[in-house]
Design a protein around this ligand. Structure first.
Ligand code: HEC
Length: 111
């Protein structure tokens, strides 16, 4: 079993326990999680939704990313630290579950 899978399973188990014991029992929804993450971290520069243009014009609209590559590729980049040719974009490192959530959200933008 690879490390990412172990962590993912750990997260699932942890969330399962949290749901059993938690008053704030909430269903884990990766798409909503991903939407929250990109709204928090990326929306300053990128258009993160189905409409609108990027606040920073040279930052690609997230709904266009799939035209360039399979957004699944981003999952690894998001965990290892995504680096672009432009210094304007800060480096991010996410947990594997956060990266999966972001990718799940990005997939909802594909037609
Ligand atoms: C401060 C501005 C800024 C923020 C915040 C930002 N980006 Fe970017 N991003 C950019 C710019 C500028 C580019 C264009 C870079 C280029 O063309 O090399 C870019 C490009 C990208 C690309 C395309 C890279 C490529 O090589 O095709 C992806 C994917 C991306 N950003 C993801 C994200 C994600 C995910 C977040 C939030 C976690 C984020 N960005 C936050 C400015 C930003």
């Amino acid at each position: 079993m690879n490390e990412a899978l172990c962590i993912a399973l750990g997260v699932v188990v942890f969330l399962g326990l949290a749901m059993v014991g938690g008053a704030a029992a909430q269903e884990f929804d990766p798409v909503e999680d991903g939407r929250a993450l990109v709204t928090m971290y990326c929306a300053d520069c990128h258009a993160t939704g189905a409409t609108g243009s990027s606040p920073l014009l040279i930052a690609p609209r997230f709904r266009d990313l799939h035209k360039r590559y399979d957004v699944e590729f981003l999952s690894e980049a998001l965990v290892e630290g995504i680096v672009t040719a432009h210094a304007e974009m800060p480096e991010f490192e996410f947990d594997p579950d956060q990266a999966a959530a972001i990718v799940a959200y990005l997939k909802t933008l594909e037609p």
